[in-house]
Design a protein around this ligand. Structure first.
Ligand code: NG1
Length: 550
């Protein structure tokens, strides 16, 4: 099982990347970060932690309700050169190195150098922001504290988020002190673009602190995913595990089917695209609308999390399932109870058939049209509380006390319809890829048309039911289809960010030229600047640690 494998630790890059060209190109970046580290800190780094971004091929906004998704790692990544601080080296003095103290710098000058020291709660008490965390019940058990300001997006918050998990997992109940560390970060994943720069940062940071503290042995990829998921919540987004799983578990040449129920599992699935006639590739195109998930969480991402959670409760009650007042099942759990048989859950085919049968049940969430605006399918807060069968106080405690959300209408019906239809599309996508694997060479173009149609349907659902797109991304997606893509969809959280298109390999240049011409924000871009925003990508290696010579 891919999630049970150990975290890869390499001593040379040719073992880390699938081919010599990639290893050579990456070698230039790795060497540059080592050199700069030495200049800044006056000693060599001991490790480089590397975590890639990802492109989600299909399966959006369904990981946090525990349905499976279909991502691939991309070549763009985050690198963190790291090592224990050396007293008296570089610009630092011995007193600058308290136990566990961190100096974190970024190659990008817009991110200013930072120093921070973790505190044990018993010794110093939590900060105001962390008191709020504890009250939110999300991390009340935490013993270590680092100030993470959730009101503002700061680059070092992601570094701290990774550190938190390492401190609490490995230093919670021992007298051992974490090592003081120097870190230098560089990245090539555009932020706020839906290619998961945040998860890549948190995975790389978690790995870096584990490496510096000699805690890599015996930790599986699945455990790293779980730590990174927990860690990322500290930055303020209640995300599922899609990005972290993709960044950690993916392997070159394949996407993964990652499922979250009954536990995290990942199945590498080779993409049929290199064997189709014509061969095809995935092209990412950035809409250049930057969506800051943390800042807009209360009206976008976290609102979707709450809407789907409340929808799950209401649907469970309407399906006759019994629920305790503090129970907060996810849609996958409600579906699973409805399905009734654990064996059916073990076969993706059976899950797909079950979901198709389950689809009509969603109508139980459709509000009666009387007394509401024509076409309004959402419910007010008051209605939502009534539907939940809880008192206002209980409802607040279970669904709102740990998260800040804001809406006039809560869209329980539309979000659930998106979730169930998208979960079915993911399983269809997986089935097409697997059928293609078993078929003789070469594969017909109809395989690409099938994948493309699923991607288009997914985009439509994201735009109209999940409402996680925006006009610019919709325009870019329509343009991609008109420019020859078999299919195109928004990828990632949305409200901006990237599209992913399936394009014949021999048409990529023509495709990019047409999109450049049609999408106004691209018209002035040439060369490297254009390649920054629209590029073909191959499934890349997952996260690893490179151990450097002492
Ligand atoms: P991105 O695109 O990385 O912001 C987010 C969530 C995922 C998933 C997608 C939507 C984080 C770190 N990731 O991805 O878990 O829910 O949105 O499918 O918040």
């Amino acid at each position: 099982m891919a999630a049970e494998l150990p975290i890869p630790i390499f001593t040379s890059l040719d073992k880390a990347f699938p081919d010599v060209e990639t290893a050579a190109a990456q070698g230039v970046r790795f060497n540059a970060v080592v050199e700069e580290y030495q200049k800044r800190f006056g000693h060599k780094p001991s490790y480089i932690a590397r975590a890639p971004g990802r492109v989600n091929l299909i399966g959006e906004h369904i990981d946090y309700v525990l349905f499976g998704c279909f991502p691939a790692a991309i070549e763009r990544d985050i690198l963190i050169a790291c090592g224990p601080s050396v007293p008296g080296s570089g610009t630092s003095t011995p007193s600058a190195h308290p136990p566990g103290g961190v100096k974190a710098e970024n190659l990008d000058p817009k991110y200013k150098p930072q120093s921070f020291v973790p505190m044990l709660k018993s010794a110093n008490g939590p900060s105001a922001a962390e008191e709020a965390d504890a009250a939110s019940n999300v991390h009340a058990e935490t013993a270590w504290h680092l100030d993470i300001d959730k009101r503002e997006l700061r680059w070092e918050s992601y570094v701290k988020a990774g550190y938190y998990g390492v401190l609490n997992r490995f230093f919670a109940s021992t007298s051992e002190h974490p090592a003081p560390a120097d870190l230098l970060v560089t990245g090539s994943v555009p932020s706020g673009s839906g290619l998961s720069s945040s998860a890549a940062m948190v995975v790389a940071s978690t790995l870096a602190f584990m490496a510096v503290n000699n805690k890599l042995d015996g930790v599986t990829k699945g455990q790293l995913v779980e730590m990174a998921m927990e860690n990322e919540k500290r930055v303020g987004v209640n995300s599922g595990g899609l990005d972290q799983a993709a960044s950690v578990i993916c392997t070159p040449h394949s996407a993964i089917f990652v499922d979250f129920f009954p536990r995290l599992s990942a199945e590498p699935i080779p993409l049929p695209t290199p064997r189709t006639i014509p061969r095809a590739v995935f092209v990412c195109a950035n809409s250049l609308v930057v969506s800051d998930k943390v800042v807009s969480a209360k009206i976008h991402y976290n609102l979707r999390v709450v809407e789907t959670l409340v929808a799950a409760r209401v649907l469970a009650l309407r399906l006759g399932q019994s629920l305790g007042p503090t129970e907060r099942p996810r849609l996958r759990e409600v579906f699973s109870r409805w399905l009734g048989s654990p064996e059916l859950e073990s076969s993706p085919e059976k899950v797909k058939q079950g979901l198709e049968r389950f689809l009509p049940e969603i109508e139980k969430l459709r509000p009666a049209p009387e007394g509401r605006k024509a076409g309004e399918l959402g419910v007010t807060m008051k209605e939502m509380v009534e539907w939940s069968g809880l008192s206002e106080e209980q409802f607040h405690q279970v669904y709102l006390s740990w998260v800040d959300v804001e809406a006039e209408y809560f869209q329980l019906y539309k979000r659930t319809k998106h979730v169930i239809t998208e979960a079915i599309r993911v399983l269809e996508f997986r089935a097409v890829c697997l059928a293609a694997q078993a078929a003789p060479d070469p594969l017909p173009e109809s395989t690409l048309a099938q994948l493309g149609a699923l991607m288009n349907a997914s985009h439509e659902s994201c735009a109209t039911l999940c409402e996680s797109s925006c006009p610019e991304v919709d325009r870019l997606a329509a343009l991609a289809r008109a420019s020859g893509a078999y299919g195109c969809r928004i990828t990632g959280a949305g409200w901006g960010g990237c599209t992913v298109s399936l394009v014949a390999e021999d048409k990529v240049e023509e495709f990019i030229a047409k999109v450049k011409e049609g999408y106004e924000p691209y018209r002035a871009l040439e060369g490297e600047k254009l390649r920054e925003v629209i590029f073909a990508t191959k499934p890349s290696s997952g996260a690893f640690v490179l151990k450097l010579d002492p």
